[in-house]
Design a protein around this ligand. Structure first.
Ligand code: AMP
Length: 122
């Protein structure tokens, strides 16, 4: 899958669409999800153009991977979520219902999240 430079998160990175920023550094931007699923729901995206986790993990440089995941941990900590806990999640592809084709990690926190995931209704 080729990267679409007009996907919504690419436009957020270019400043064309507003966002509620939680954190930003050289490697990552974190912002609050527009349709939160939990009391705290933040998305962390790399600054580079990667379609999904598969693309990012295969092609990003060591510095980008390190910088990105350090940012995810820092954001969760700064949100006050280290205690009592949080969940991170990344959707890749159709079966995971990935909607936005720019790699992103969801951070869910602020409530008891239950165990793992619910199966889809079939
Ligand atoms: P996914 O299904 O993993 O691709 O999740 C995409 C997420 O992006 C969803 O949780 C959306 O609510 C969120 N989202 C879409 N557009 C925006 C936006 N403009 N600002 C913040 N979050 C967004």
């Amino acid at each position: 899958m080729t990267y679409d430079p007009n996907n919504i998160f690419a436009r957020i990175l270019r400043g064309e669409i507003p966002n509620k920023t939680a954190y930003e550094d050289e490697y990552a931007l974190a912002f609050h999800d527009i349709n939160p699923q939990t009391p705290t729901h933040v998305l962390v995206i790399p600054k580079g153009a990667y379609v999904s986790f598969a693309d990012f993990s295969a092609k990003a440089s060591d510095a980008e991977v390190l910088g990105f995941f350090r940012a995810v941990g820092k954001v969760a900590k700064d949100l006050g979520a280290d205690e009592p806990g949080y969940r991170i999640l990344a959707n890749h592809g159709r079966d995971a219902h990935q909607e936005v084709p720019h790699f992103h990690v969801h951070i869910f926190a602020g409530t008891n999240l239950g165990r793992m995931i619910k199966p889809a209704d079939r």
